[in-house]
Write a protein that binds this ligand. Structure first.
Ligand code: PEP
Ligand code: MG
Length: 545
């Protein structure tokens, strides 16, 4: 039975799960202000004054929340903003512009905001200078309201389906898993880190969905079906009933998998595989334990650097690594040193624009060029190693010389810690094999390191010359390509020749179609999203080599 309001869109599924609930639309968050001609100036001025009232209500809510959480002194800024919204000069200037230039409210607010902000910035008085940022802030708030962008308070929202044009990894990582039922985005590739985070968080997600965001509103109901790669807005009663049934079936399957907890990850003929989990944050350790992973095979430490305004200190990092090591209580925890760059950007690194960021200044290259950043992380890691079974892994390696340089820096850090008599341990050190160069010299690299972990996400991108971020190339991004599989075999064989182990920590490691192939290739470890652990254990227990 059809339903007039119902709208169905197809997209690319990132995580196979089903969700149903209310939508929160994050409209285009880069303020793009268009200028257009209007005729009815009174109605345009009316829009500004209504937006002003809404802004004041938002600010009052922020004030009340801040008062409770951070005290009166810090909350005062929201009161100042409310007052500024009533400033006669500011409001008159907007009105005049609408009346004389016959322009739309958004444009008049943005231009007036810029003018006032520049005026404040050029004043001598420090207090007045600081008001420049506040004017920009209130103008942006007004423009967003005029454009119909709702403000989302993630801390107090009901669990919802997030609908957006696109999401960056730093935005995604700040979201609270318990508040998100699903992600649906217009853009984004299935191999991006946002997609990886969705998988990690066990959240149904669709990317590349050709939705008209103007037609979708916060509060609408929706169904996201990651199996069908489909999102349905305003679903009919019949769809809702079917969806509830599917959700129940999924829950039953998950329940069945629970019986595999505590069991070994072993083939029918007794070959054991180390089945570890990938995480991005300390709080993900909960999912690792919940899904009974044998360890952590990839802690993407760069997420500690994202979504903030300055570098995490040595102490902050030490506490994070120590906590993970302690929570895992003797199980292996492999922490990858920061792999910032490409799609994982933090402004304070000042990486600047690059034409080819995936092949650019990223990961170990930053660490070797800016050793102070690297040393802070290494000090935190070496100190945390005392508290558990920790290993370090270096990303984006392409040469023997890079590994030698890394060891040189580790030695310097070790000497510093000796000098100031701080307890530390030199843990196992391994490398990611995610460039074709590293594969081709894996015989030499195997002699230098304790282990290999194959990063199939980047290895596929660099081997096939397909940008993993480019959604248009999703069909060309073929991790099953013979070239990639042959490389995996080569790496495993070279590791074994030197008595070292080799695992896979890229997304391919969780591909159930290849589990048997990997086991037969001799892969020693698979590190996957926590939600995949029990499914892979089930598969491995059915295999005979
Ligand atoms: C990889 O490249 O396969 C990998 C595990 O690292 P990331 O996805 O974080 O680049
Ligand atoms: Mg990688």
């Amino acid at each position: 039975m059809g339903d007039d309001k119902m709208k169905t869109y197809k997209g690319k599924s990132v995580y196979k799960g089903i969700a149903m609930g209310n939508v929160i639309v994050l409209k285009d968050r880069d303020l793009q202000i268009k200028r257009y001609k209007i005729e009815d100036t009174a109605s345009e001025i009316g829009r500004v004054s209504r937006a002003g009232e809404t802004a004041k209500e938002q600010l009052q809510r922020l004030y009340d929340k801040a008062l409770k959480e951070v005290g009166e002194a810090n909350a005062a800024i929201f009161e100042v903003h409310q007052m500024m919204l009533e400033d006669e000069d500011y409001l008159e200037s907007i009105q005049k512009m609408i009346q004389t230039e016959l322009v739309n409210a958004e444009y008049a607010v943005a231009v007036t905001g810029d003018n006032f902000s520049q005026m404040f910035a050029s004043m001598d008085d420090d207090y007045m200078k600081a008001r420049a940022a506040d004017v920009t802030d209130i103008s942006n708030r007004l423009v967003k309201i005029l454009q119909g962008q709702e403000e989302v308070d993630f801390s107090s929202m009901e669990p919802s389906i997030i609908v957006a044009d696109d999401l960056s990894p730093s935005e995604t990582v700040q979201m609270d898993k318990d508040k998100i039922l699903a992600f649906v985005t217009v853009h984004g590739s299935t191999n991006s880190h946002t997609a990886i985070l969705a998988r990690m968080m066990n959240i149904p997600a669709l990317v590349g969905v050709p939705m008209e965001l103007q037609e979708i509103h916060t509060g609408m109901e929706a169904v996201v079906d990651g199996f069908q790669g489909e999102v349905i807005f305003e679903p009919s009663g019949e769809i809702c009933v079917q969806t509830r049934k599917k959700i129940e079936e999924e829950q039953e399957k998950a329940q069945l998998l629970q019986t595999l907890k505590g069991k070994e990850t072993i083939t029918l003929d007794g070959h054991k595989i180390n089945l570890y989990a990938n995480i991005a944050n300390v709080k993900d350790v909960g999912y690792v334990l919940e899904n009974d992973a044998g360890g952590i095979g990839l802690f993407r430490s760069e997420f500690l650097y994202l979504g903030r305004k300055s570098f995490p200190t040595e102490e902050e990092q030490f506490q994070a690594y120590k906590q993970v090591a302690q929570m895992m209580a003797g199980k292996k925890v492999i922490i990858r040193t920061l792999d910032i760059g490409a799609d994982k950007q933090a402004d304070y690194f000042n990486l600047g624009h690059e034409d080819n960021p995936a092949m650019g200044y990223r990961a170990i290259r930053i660490c070797l060029k800016q050793p102070e950043i690297f040393k802070t992380q290494l000090r935190a890691l070496l100190r945390a190693a005392v508290f558990g079974n920790l290993s370090i892994m270096y990303p984006m390696i392409t040469s023997v010389e890079e590994v030698q340089q890394i060891y040189g820096i580790v030695k310097e850090v070790q000497e510093e810690l000796d000098r100031i008599q701080i307890p530390y341990k030199i843990p196992e050190q391994g490398i990611m094999i995610e460039t074709p160069a590293a594969v081709m010299i894996s015989d030499e690299l195997a002699e230098m390191v304790d282990f290999f972990s194959i990063g199939t996400n980047d290895l596929t991108q660099y081997t096939l010359a397909v940008d993993r971020q480019n959604a248009k190339l999703d069909d060309f991004y073929q991790p099953h390509h013979k070239a990639v599989l042959k490389m995996i075999q080569m790496v495993v064989d070279n590791a074994h020749k030197c008595g070292k182990w080799a695992g896979i920590c890229g997304e391919l490691g969780a591909d159930l179609e290849l589990t048997e192939t990997f086991v037969k290739m001799g892969v020693d470890e698979l590190s996957v999203a926590p939600s995949m652990i029990l499914k892979i254990r089930k598969r491995i227990r059915e295999i005979k080599i």
